[in-house]
Design a protein around this ligand. Structure first.
Ligand code: AMP
Ligand code: ZN
Length: 138
C-alpha cells in the first residue's frame, strides 16, 4: 500500500486521524467533509496515496468511481437533494488543498447556492446527524 506519513487522508485511512466515516471497504473510504459546501458533503478516497488524477492508478480510480456512485445513491436516498455535484480538484491552481486524490459528493438543493468547500468548519453534531442518515441508507 502506498502511504504518506504527512498526509491527513492517509492518516484517516489508517485510523491514525479521526474522521466521520460513512463507508469503507478494502480499497476506499468515504467520510464527511469537515468544512462542507452543503449538508451531506462527503469525500471518497482510495486508501492508497496518490497525489492527483495524474498519478492515481487504474485500480484505485475504478474503485473510487464505484464507491462514489454507491455514496451518491445513498445520499440521494437519505437526503433527497434536487441534484448532486461530483467534483475533483487537481493542483493548487485548481483549488486542491489536500494532495491525496479524492472526489467530492455535494448534494444541491434547488434555490440554494453551495458554499465554497474547505472554508468554514461545519457543526460536528449536525454533520453526525446527516452522516447517520447516509449510513442508514447504504
Ligand atoms: P480540495 O483539496 O480542494 O479538493 O479540498 C479538500 C477538502 O478536504 C476540503 O473540502 C476540506 O474541508 C476537506 N478536509 C480537509 N481535512 C479534512 C479532514 N481531516 N476530514 C474531513 N475533511 C477534510
Ligand atoms: Zn495520502
Amino acid at each position: 500500500m502506498i502511504s504518506s506519513s504527512n498526509c491527513i487522508f492517509c492518516l484517516i485511512a489508517s485510523g491514525q486521524a479521526p474522521a466521520n466515516c460513512v463507508h469503507e471497504d478494502a480499497t476506499t473510504l468515504a467520510f464527511m467533509d469537515v468544512a462542507p459546501a452543503s449538508d451531506g458533503h462527503l469525500l471518497v478516497i482510495p486508501r492508497s496515496h496518490h497525489e492527483s488524477i495524474l498519478d492515481v492508478d487504474d485500480g484505485a480510480i475504478t474503485d473510487v468511481a464505484r464507491a462514489v456512485q454507491k455514496m451518491a445513491r445513498a445520499v440521494q436516498k437519505a437526503l433527497t437533494p434536487d441534484g448532486m455535484r461530483v467534483s475533483q480538484f487537481n493542483g493548487r491552481a485548481a483549488g486542491q488543498t489536500v494532495f491525496h486524490y479524492h472526489v467530492h459528493v455535494v448534494p444541491i438543493r434547488a434555490g440554494e447556492r453551495p458554499a465554497s468547500h474547505g472554508r468554514a468548519a461545519g457543526d460536528p453534531d449536525r454533520i453526525e446527524a446527516i452522516a447517520a442518515r447516509i449510513r442508514a441508507s447504504l
